[in-house]
Every structure is written in structure tokens, then in C-alpha cells.
Ligand binder design. Structure first.
Ligand code: BGC
Length: 496
């Protein structure tokens, strides 16, 4: 909000008589108009962001150059090349760590197809998220052992030739990792509230392998991947037009197929392309993990930042980073709305009960799920919203108009997130030139569970890529992150 407007609003202090009611209504209108102007991203702004993202993608694939600012997109090579998986067979394990829950998966593959799977979810205690590497990876290794007991599959470790067979495992680790090969990579920095010490700057495969050894778990970590990469690969096995993997959940990110010869920041990848690309049209491609959550974080020059985004960033453990993620992810959507609601209460636009609620006073107390439910409320008089606010947050909202304002806030926050997510997909497809016929594999609670989210994304994509955007298929690919790791493990361990 501009400081001029804030000054004007501060001078409008209505009391109770008739004229003042008009002033109060004017103030409310000005404030709501200002919020709409900030949260509804205009087409021109979307185009600017899209162009800047394309630029950042291109720069991010090149070696860094003196005098040229580094890209805010990390554009990390995954070492997963496009190839046929038809001959992958066997039992593969996968571990999917990316938020407060992690999953252990056991998958039976025949001829490149999953024919059976078992899985179990474990919750990571807060103490392990913020403890150290030993306790975090020790907990994970113990959970894998527990899984094998629970599912009665210890027999997988059959003794062959007097040796117990180490089982191949793919590790989905959904944080920014600088990979140096298919089974090695260092965590660049934690996101999504994780702070465990001794992991940043270390090879997470080594940490996991070490923990397995200590816990007597006989697994061999043959592949490491990001959740976006797992999601893309899972869909790709069914649909060869899959161009991108996208996660819109607690955190957000995307990956896509890039021509290996364009990844000039890695000489080995370019050399691979030189060896394998052929005159008859074969072009090697590798999945690039964009880490788009960090887009435009250095100067926040094109993102539609508001005072609420700045406040969230300032109070976060990774200040100044992941600014895009902080506008579109499940971890933050509820918090953005909470900040707006409290602001509106402080300006007298919403009842004081918002400001005095102990529950709402706590940061991150307003859940993104509730944000979605309220935005989708179509009950007469918004009675569902009234009940939800009272039951979950102890806030009584008798005034129907106030409930409509709350719904509008939740909708604005979601709408902006969907516009920005669509913009990022459009930019990526424009980079590949495959915007006319592309499947985009998407997973994550924000995409899956937020009413209307997909429709706004689709409209935004179409607006940016033109008529071809109608053939961009946003396809929900549930649990792809974990299964994908098992597929990638299958490829890696067979050299398929
Ligand atoms: C991480 C990404 C991940 C995304 C979705 C982000 O916070 O940096 O690596 O893909 O969350 O889980």
C-alpha cells in the first residue's frame, strides 16, 4: 500500500454518527480497492515476470560470469537423462523427504511398469527437524527398518552368493541440492522450516548411507532426486509428452526437460551431448530442477510484493530467500491471509474480534486449508465461514458483510498464487518451445485441494502463451515424488 494512501486512511477516523458512517464506508472501500490492486496481477505485469523468468532460466544454465548478476533460479542439473525404461525390473525402494512427513515406498517393477507397491508415512518430530544431521538421518534410517518389519518384507534382503543383497533405493530429497551425479549432492540451504545442523553443505546421500550403516539397514542409495523430478518421471513413464514436473504444496518448485547441450555450466553434460546428439535429430535431454521458489529474491524487482509478504519474509528463518515460494506455497498462504485480516481489523474494516483472538495472534495459526475452504464458501450468508472462524479461531463474526470481506481476502491470496504459478509454467514451456502440446505433471495440496486454483492457472497460461496454451494439460500426479525416485533408482541401478 502506498504511504500516501496510508496517511489518508489514518486521517479518516470515523465515530458513530451518520456522516461518519459514510466516511467509514469510504475508508473500507479505499482499503479493499487497494488490496485488490495489489493482489490481482495485471496481464502486463504477468508478461514482465514471464520474460524475466525466461531470462533467469537462460542465465542460470550458463557458467557464472564476472559482472553478470547470478540467476535467482538455481537451474540444477539432475543427471536424469531422457531414456527408455522399458527393461527396468525388480524391487526398488524409495524414500520421500520433503516436509514434516516422509514416506517409505517399496515398489515392484516389471518391464518399466509398477506392478505392486507398499508404502508408509512417518512424521518427523520437530526436534529432529531442528536438531542435527545424526538425529534427523538416524530417525529416517530407523523408520525404514520399522517399515520393513511392519510390512514383513525383511526377506528382500535375501542372501545371494554368501552376501546379503543391498537393496537399491532412490532418495527424494525436496530441498535445493547441488547434485554432482545421480547419487550425490550437497544441500545448498534448508527451506520449509527445516534447520537441522550439519546438513547444509554436506552430501545428503552420504549422510543417509552412513545412518543406514549405523542402524544395520542394508540399502544402497543409487539415486537422489528432487520431488519435482520424481513427479515428472512418474508421469513420463505413462505419457511421453510430459514436459514438466511441478509441486505446489507446502513448498513450490518445478523441473523440465532441457537440451543437454544448453547446460553449458557443466562441461561433462555438454560433452555427453556431443557424444550422443546425432545429425538424424537425436538430442540428449536432462531434467533441470529450477528451484523456482527463489525466483526474483535478490531485488524483488518484478514480483508483486506487498507489506504482508515483506513481513513474512522478515520473520522467516530464510530471510531474503524463496520470495516467490513465500507467495504461492501452502506453508505461507494462510499466513498471508492472517496478516491481511489482522491489518483489516486494525484499520476498523473487520471487527475487533479478529485482533483480540489469541489463536489468530499466533504466527502461522491460520491454516492454508481453511483459507481454501473460506474462499470456496457459497453457503447463504457465508454460514460455513462463520462457523469455521468461530470453531477454529474463536472469532465470532456476526456481521455478514465482514464475512464477505474475509472470503474476499482468502480468495485474493489464492488467486495471486494461482496466477504466479501459471506464469512460471508458461515461462518454462516457452523456454522449451513445447507450449502447444505438453503435459505438466503437478502434485501438492495447494493444486489438488484449493478450489478454483487450477482454473486460474490454466487461464494465466493461456493468456501468456497464446492459443497453444489450451493444449497445456495440468495433470494431477499424486505421490509422484516418491514413486519417481524408485523409477529413477531402477534406471540408475540397471544403467537402462
Ligand atoms: C524446495 C524444493 C522443493 C519444493 C517442493 C522447496 O522449498 O526448495 O527443492 O522441490 O519445496 O517440495
Amino acid at each position: 500500500m502506498t504511504s500516501r494512501l496510508v496517511t489518508v486512511l489514518e486521517h479518516i477516523t470515523p465515530t458513530q454518527n451518520g456522516d461518519d458512517a459514510t466516511l467509514a464506508a469510504l475508508k473500507t472501500r479505499l482499503i479493499l480497492d487497494s488490496l485488490r490492486a495489489q493482489f490481482i496481477v495485471a496481464p502486463r505485469r504477468l508478461r514482465e515476470m514471464c520474460s524475466f523468468m525466461l531470462h533467469e532460466m537462460t542465465i542460470g544454465l550458463r557458467p557464472t560470469q564476472d559482472g553478470v548478476p547470478a540467476s535467482t533460479l538455481r537451474m540444477l542439473p539432475s543427471y536424469v537423462y531422457k531414456r527408455d525404461a522399458g527393461n527396468a525390473n525388480g524391487i526398488y525402494y524409495a524414500l520421500d523427504l520433503g516436509g514434516t512427513n516422509f514416506r517409505v515406498i517399496r515398489m515392484l517393477v516389471r518391464g518399466g511398469r509398477m506392478v505392486q507397491s507398499l508404502s508408509e508415512k512417518f512424521t518427523i518430530p520437530k526436534s529432529e527437524m531442528s536438531g542435527d544431521a545424526d538425529s534427523l538421518f538416524g530417525f529416517i534410517a530407523r523408520s525404514v527398518r520399522q517399515f520393513m518389519v511392519n510390512k514383513d518384507v525383511q526377506g528382500d534382503n535375501d542372501v545371494q552368493n554368501n552376501q546379503t543383497k543391498a537393496l537399491p533405493l532412490g532418495f527424494t530429497f525436496s530441498f535445493p541440492v547441488k547434485q554432482t551425479g545421480i547419487s550425490s549432492g550437497e544441500l545448498i540451504s534448508w527451506t520449509k522450516g527445516f534447520t537441522a545442523k550439519g546438513v547444509e553443505g554436506h552430501d545428503v546421500v552420504k549422510l543417509l548411507q552412513h545412518a543406514f550403516q549405523k542402524q544395520g539397514v542394508n540399502m544402497n542409495v543409487v539415486a537422489l532426486c528432487n520431488d519435482t523430478v520424481g513427479t515428472l518421471i512418474t508421469r513420463y513413464f505413462d505419457d511421453a509428452t510430459t514436459e514438466m514436473g511441478v509441486i505446489l504444496g507446502t513448498g513450490s518448485n518445478a523441473c523440465y526437460w532441457e537440451k543437454a547441450r544448453n547446460i553449458t555450466k557443466d562441461a561433462d553434460i555438454v560433452a555427453f551431448a556431443q557424444r550422443h546428439d546425432s545429425a538424424d535429430g537425436h538430442t540428449s535431454e536432462m531434467v533441470i530442477n529450477m528451484e523456482f521458489g527463489n525466483f526474483d529474491s535478490t531485488h524483488v524487482s518484478v514480483l508483486p510484493r506487498t507489506q504482508f509478504d515483506d513481513a513474512i519474509d522478515q520473520a522467516s528463518p530464510n530471510r531474503g530467500a524463496q520470495r516467490f515460494e513465500k507467495m504461492i506455497s501452502g506453508m505461507y498462504l494462510g499466513e498471508i491471509s492472517r496478516q491481511v485480516l489482522l491489518y483489516l481489523a486494525s484499520m476498523g474494516v473487520l471487527p475487533a474480534s479478529f485482533g483480540s483472538s489469541d489463536r489468530l495472534a499466533k504466527a502461522y495459526s491460520f491454516h492454508s486449508k481453511d483459507n481454501g475452504l473460506i474462499s470456496a464458501d457459497r453457503t447463504p450468508g457465508l454460514m460455513d465461514t462463520r462457523q469455521l472462524l468461530e470453531e477454529h479461531y474463536g472469532v465470532r463474526v456476526e456481521d455478514e458483510r465482514a464475512r464477505y470481506i474475509v472470503r474476499e481476502v482468502c480468495t485474493l491470496v489464492i488467486h495471486r498464487a494461482a496466477q504466479l504459478s501459471g506464469m512460471a509454467i508458461a515461462a518454462t514451456l516457452l523456454k522449451t518451445g513445447r507450449q502447444d502440446n505438453a503435459t505438466v505433471a503437478v502434485d501438492g495440496s495447494v493444486f489438488e485441494k484449493t478450489p478454483g486454483f487450477r482454473a486460474v492457472m490454466q487461464r494465466t497460461i493461456q493468456g501468456l502463451v497464446g492459443r497453444g496454451g489450451a493444449d497445456v494439460r495440468l495433470t494431477l500426479t499424486r505421490d509422484g515424488s516418491g514413486f519417481g525416485a524408485a523409477f529413477i533408482a531402477a534406471l540408475a541401478s540397471q544403467g537402462a
